[in-house]
Ligand binder design. Structure first.
Ligand SMILES: [Zn+2]
Length: 104
């Protein structure tokens, strides 16, 4: 399972802290679309999953970035997000934040 971080107006929020049901629905919808597209994506080298950032200003929800364990995994996730963009016609900006792990 891909991990997700929800942010509202720049602050990290837990899904159950979103009191606006419509907004929470938008977050959850985006999350499930992306989960379906990415599947159980794990880096074959590091056995880690990407973390996706979903962000909202109170109206629309966008994917603002993701974190992956290495460039290879990051490129794979990025490609799938680009595919999803075409598929769903969604507007989002992807920012790749790569974390490097020296172990393994
Ligand atoms: Zn990796």
């Amino acid at each position: 399972m891909t991990n997700f971080v929800y942010k509202l107006n720049g602050n990290v929020v837990k899904p159950n802290e979103l009191t606006d049901a419509v907004l929470r629905g938008k977050f959850d919808q985006m999350r499930s679309k992306i989960s379906d597209a990415l599947g159980s994506r794990r880096c074959p080298v590091h056995d880690l999953e990407p973390i996706l950032f979903l962000e909202s200003d109170g109206s629309n929800v966008r994917v603002t970035g993701f974190t992956s364990c290495c460039k290879q995994s990051g490129a794979d996730v990025h490609k799938r997000l680009e595919d999803l963009k075409e598929l769903a016609g969604m507007e989002f900006t992807v920012t790749v934040k790569t974390m490097n792990f020296d172990q393994k």
